[in-house]
Design a protein around this ligand. Structure first.
Ligand SMILES: Nc1ncnc2c1ncn2[C@@H]1O[C@H](COP(=O)(O)OP(=O)(O)OP(=O)(O)O)[C@@H](O)[C@H]1O
Length: 262
């Protein structure tokens, strides 16, 4: 059984200090003029911290993740990854930041079915042009999620939880400073979800990575050092060391249905 534990953390999202793994300053994203999917969001995620991003459907969570990860450009405001201001980068430089400093885990697993588990885990290294030690690094990443013995299988031969662990190995293989996870446990049963969350927690506690995780699940949020809450694009609340009951209360206050906050 996995036990939830937390590292010491290195301060809240709003605390100034040494260069943060991720910083958003006044980030606004308008898909249509006058309609703000994100509205002046400011937050700071130091290395060694797991942040849960919560809020009802349509509150801007995915938009925040996309802007923070350099997959989308804010309308106004600044995103910095490891101190690098993304707005100053052209597409090629932005691609390099995404490739070298960022890892992604999505609910839709998007493993490549025609590639082996090992090849999937090593894909970011292939895209980065690393050749010599690609398989060894991919195997190490697979070992870190307990799947070294499935390296030669195809993704279809694995369970949903195992596939999500491959997706985590793939996100960690480049040893990125920041890992973004969009509903990483949304499709998993509670035990398998706990295994996946333990892996993200381990990345934070053992390797000092920053993890930003979108989740609807108050129990998943308990694995975070801090939960922040979006409402109509605005960051309206934050809870240090969240516990599920407290998170449910905040979600209800923000108009979550009982079912969504269960
Ligand atoms: N590409 C787009 N074009 C126009 N509007 C968009 C686009 N993407 C998102 N939106 C709008 O921006 C707002 C925030 O959407 P977003 O997907 O970030 O919310 P969310 O909190 O992630 O929702 P969910 O929990 O349902 O995934 C919503 O009103 C949505 O309709």
């Amino acid at each position: 059984m996995f036990r939830r534990s937390r590292g010491s953390g290195t301060g809240g999202t709003a605390v100034a200090g040494p260069v943060a793994a991720l910083e958003l300053d006044g980030v606004t994203r308008e898909y249509r003029a006058g309609v703000r999917a994100l509205d002046e969001v400011t937050l700071r995620v130091p290395a060694g911290r797991l942040l849960a991003v919560m809020g009802r459907s349509g509150s801007g969570k995915s938009t925040l993740l996309q802007c923070a990860a350099g997959l989308d450009r804010p309308s106004t405001g600044t995103v910095r990854i490891g101190g690098t201001d993304l707005s100053g980068l052209d597409e090629a430089a932005l691609t390099r930041v995404r490739r070298d400093r960022v890892g992604f885990v999505f609910q839709a697993l998007n493993l490549v079915p025609s590639l082996s588990v090992l090849e999937n885990a090593g894909l970011p290294l292939l895209l980065a042009g690393a050749s010599d030690d690609r398989d060894a690094r991919a195997l190490r990443a697979l070992a870190s999620v307990g799947l070294a013995d499935r390296a030669e299988d195809s993704p279809a031969q694995l369970s949903g939880g195992q596939q999500q662990r491959v997706a985590i190995a793939r996100a960690l293989v480049t040893e990125p400073a920041v890992v973004f996870a969009d509903e990483p446990t949304g499709a998993l049963d509670p035990v398998t979800a706990a295994e996946v969350l333990a892996l993200l927690r381990n990345a934070v506690d053992m390797h000092g990575q920053a993890v930003v995780m979108v989740t609807h699940d108050p129990v998943a949020a308990e694995w975070a050092d801090e939960a922040v809450f979006l409402h109509e694009g605005r960051l309206v609340d934050r809870v240090e060391r969240p516990v599920a009951g407290q998170v449910r209360d905040v979600l209800r206050t923000l108009g979550h249905t009982r079912r969504a906050a269960a």
